[in-house]
Design a binder for this molecule. Structure first.
Ligand SMILES: Cc1cc2nc3c(=O)[nH]c(=O)nc-3n(C[C@H](O)[C@H](O)[C@H](O)COP(=O)(O)OP(=O)(O)OC[C@H]3O[C@@H](n4cnc5c(N)ncnc54)[C@H](O)[C@@H]3O)c2cc1C
Length: 329
């Protein structure tokens, strides 16, 4: 019989210390407030801690998931069999008009810090939740602008923790809601962002305007849990008569197609299409991941039937996906 010291938990604890949590409910770490337990959970506050966690998972053969703010994530009701490492490296060091930013820093907090130093460049994104690492991973943005545009370089670690390198922005192949990291697994530790001189009053006005637009049009995720837009806007070549193009990206918004097929207010269990925005699913109570997946399948099938196009999920799924029957509603 193996001695106690040989269990995975004990071996992880030897490397990660008291910060290692077990059976941690992931619904506490996602803005959708959905998700079963992670076998193991660890919040890394420094790059060293994060690399140690990567190495530990690799050496012990434990599956690993890198978590930011959990704002673009739907987690399985069964949770995750492995180690979830939260990037909690929140340091921000300004140097003139540039800043070295830990990838666990909160996006909106950084925007406020820039405003306080009269630095412009990210204010358009006020209201996008999550961390800077999560934003870089999916090249988060809106109104035709994205975080990739202010990025000079980023320091990344390989998933086994063996390599830490700094790469220039070009290497990341930032594109619409996309980066190279979606194809090659690397962990973002920190990044160097370049801003330009701005005016505090003007920056404050833009930030307030963007937050107000979101307050009016979008759910407030702290009280109406959501992961934001569920589907990506359509590829640039796609056109449909009478449908508007999204400002900035010149793509047909997924919300326009979903509106055209009457998705607002659709509901499966406690998963609800937000009545004011057809591309946003909210957790209206005790929604499960299965509720959300079933609802999303109905939305996709309606769009497929009317427009002959397949919507692609923007929200990522973590864990084992349950089988969802083809929707007929
Ligand atoms: C109300 C609301 C509004 C939103 N509006 C927008 C919007 O306007 N534009 C937009 O683009 N998005 C929007 N989103 C989606 C989401 O906020 C962004 O995609 C955000 O950048 C995700 O960051 P995160 O830290 O929460 O990532 P998470 O959800 O934690 O993770 C997302 C993915 O990134 C990976 N990841 C996270 N951190 C790292 C890291 N350090 N290294 C490597 N991989 C990492 C994860 O493994 C995962 O695959 C919105 C979400 C909500 C809830």
């Amino acid at each position: 019989m193996p001695s106690r010291a040989t269990t995975t938990e004990d071996r992880l604890r030897q490397k990660l210390g008291a910060g290692l949590l077990t059976q941690e409910p992931l619904r506490h770490h996602t803005t959708m407030r959905i998700g079963g337990p992670a076998d193991f959970y660890f919040a890394a506050r420094t790059a060293d801690q994060l690399v140690i966690a990567l190495r530990a998972a690799h050496e012990l053969g434990v599956p690993l998931f890198l978590l930011g703010g959990g704002s673009n994530l739907l987690v399985s009701d069964e949770g995750f069999r492995g180690l979830v490492v939260r990037n909690a490296i929140e340091t921000v060091e300004f140097d003139g008009t540039a800043a070295q930013v830990g990838c666990g820093a909160d996006f909106l907090e950084l925007i406020y810090k820039c405003r306080d130093r009269e630095l412009a460049g990210l204010e358009f994104a006020a209201g996008i939740p999550g961390t800077i690492g999560g934003a870089l991973y999916g090249n988060a943005g809106c109104y035709g602008q994205d975080i990739g545009q202010v990025t000079i370089e980023s320091t990344i670690a390989s998933y086994d923790g063996a390599t830490v390198v700094t790469r220039k922005a070009e290497w990341f192949e930032f594109a619409y809601r996309d980066s190279r990291l979606k194809r090659e697994p690397w962990v973002l530790l920190s990044c160097l962002l370049q801003f330009r001189k701005g005016d505090r009053a003007a920056l404050t006005a833009v930030i307030e305007e963007k937050l107000e637009i979101r307050r009016v049009k979008h759910p407030q995720w702290r009280v109406e849990p959501t992961a934001g837009s569920y589907f990506k806007n359509l590829p640039p070549g796609f056109q449909a008569a009478g449908l508007p193009l999204s400002p900035g990206t010149h793509r047909v918004p997924a919300g326009a197609l979903l509106d055209a097929v009457g998705c607002r207010g659709l509901r499966v269990g406690d998963a609800l299409v937000f009545p004011k925005h057809a591309n946003i699913i909210v957790n209206a109570g005790r929604a499960t991941a299965r509720d959300v997946l079933e609802l999303a399948e109905i939305m996709k099938s309606r769009v497929r039937e009317k427009f002959g196009v397949e919507l692609e999920e923007e929200v990522m799924f973590l864990g084992e996906k349950p089988r969802i029957e083809a929707a007929g509603r």
